[in-house]
Design a protein around this ligand. Sequence first.
Ligand code: WQD
Length: 335
Amino acid sequence: MKRILVTGGLGFIGSHTVVELQNSGFDVVIIDNLSNSSIKVLDNITSLTGIKPDFYQIDLRNKQDITHFFNTNKIDGIIHFAAFKAVGESVKKPLDYYENNIGSLVYLLQEMQHKNIDNFIFSSSCMAYGTPEKLPITEQTPSNKAASTYANTKQIGEEIIQESCDAYDLHAITLRYFNPIGAHKSAKIGELPNGVPQNLVPFVTQTAAGIREQLSVFGNDYPTEDGTAIRDYIHVVDLAKAHIIALQRLLNKQNKQNFELFNIGTGKGSSVLEIVKTFEKATNQKLNYKIVDRRPGDIAAIYADTTFANEELKWKAEKTLEEALKSAWEWQKNQ
Ligand code: WQD
């Protein structure tokens, strides 16, 4: 049984990927520092799959702890989610983001090199493209300057991995996510940000649940149809399944280069107001919102051309926006 390390495995995307890994017969060990997740998620995963993943509360900024972990655990592959990921916050705390997102990546890659661990899946983001000139975005679209520190940590992270694959013959696949939303159909795992949600959909569900007074829509003066910003919202379970396929590609040595990169989105763009309207329709909940100024670091529009992942990985997003928003609401009601 292949033993896979999932860093950030108690987080939103990490926990959904752990469930899919266990359902696919992998032995999973999680490292998480609980800075944006809860230990309760470990029991929720166990109740879903019947298998309790091994768990180590380690902060990946601590090189000694990482080295000790790899000295005592034989690992066949790594899926690396652990990172700070809020666009707005990253603009206010750049050094925290560089220290955490870049520092921990370097330490992990050094361990891979020393321990001959070959298979690495990197959680990247469509934000690595910067402000796109042309849409939809393909993997060949050249990246522009990152619009936020968070995006820059993903651009730099990909370069570090590419150079490490070349220099040390590592094999890595980078998945550039678009906007992950929704929750497992059981409503036992979902998006659980600590404190005030930075992302749109958890703020929407918490507003509908009465936890938040009102949703602020960050700007309606963008050059889009209704003036609000456009993103490609993908169901987190579709996203999780893409990780299993990418990991199996590496384990089965089907990768065509040492470093491969795929867009993981639906190929469909939705504006903030479309999310609000679709949520209201899917859940029969009225949303209290107001238009406010733009958020620093945001870009107007981005959505994926997913042809490469569809053809090369034989992966395609299957769930609709409505299903994703409804699952997010079912999860919120279960909190
Ligand atoms: C979406 C849209 C906001 C909150 C996210 C993740 C990032 C990466 C890419 C994975 C924007 C607007 C938001 C609110 C709003 N994901 N908004 N009111 O910034 O696109 O980035 O996806 O790697 O980690 O953060 O997502 O959900 O913050 O914003 O109007 O209260 O919703 O301006 O247009 P973003 P988001």
